[in-house]
Design a protein around this ligand. Structure first.
Ligand code: NI
Ligand code: NI
Length: 136
């Protein structure tokens, strides 16, 4: 365990905790805390990296959402139309009865990309948004 630690209590959805415990059971982590610490480090690295994006970037945004969420599909389309100069192509995969996966190939200003990612993330029913950019 790291030298200085603080105990915190978190409120997590049951489903998420079950998934974490499942990961711990695979043996990659010796405890829940260890798994969560690792996840948080990953989150921070990602967050920092995204904050440091600058200039023109290109890459892909992958999002997973529940298309049964009222009005979500309309909102997603409106947002994508608003950012049409950024979005080169969209690929859609129907993952299950209600889940959809979309890949948006993007190219453009990093500020705009960030804005788009944040907008997508803020929608209810959107389960995951991942941004991958590649350098020139
Ligand atoms: Ni359209
Ligand atoms: Ni679909």
């Amino acid at each position: 365990m790291p030298k200085e630690t603080t105990r915190v209590s978190l409120t997590l959805p049951e489903e998420l905790l079950k998934k974490i415990d499942k990961v711990v059971k695979t043996g990659d982590y010796s405890s829940r805390s260890k798994a969560v610490r690792d996840a948080l480090r990953d989150f921070l690295a990602n967050h920092k990296w995204r904050g440091e994006l600058s200039g023109k970037v290109f890459g892909a945004i992958i999002l997973v959402y529940d298309h049964d969420t009222p009005d979500l599909v309309n909102k997603l389309l409106d947002i994508q139309h608003g950012f049409r100069s950024l979005i080169n192509s969209v690929q859609h995969l129907h993952v299950s009865e209600s889940d959809c996966l979309e890949t948006l190939i993007i190219q453009g200003d990093s500020e705009k990309v960030r804005e788009l990612v944040n907008k997508l993330k803020s929608l209810r029913g959107v389960k995951q948004v991942k941004l991958t950019t590649v350098g020139k």
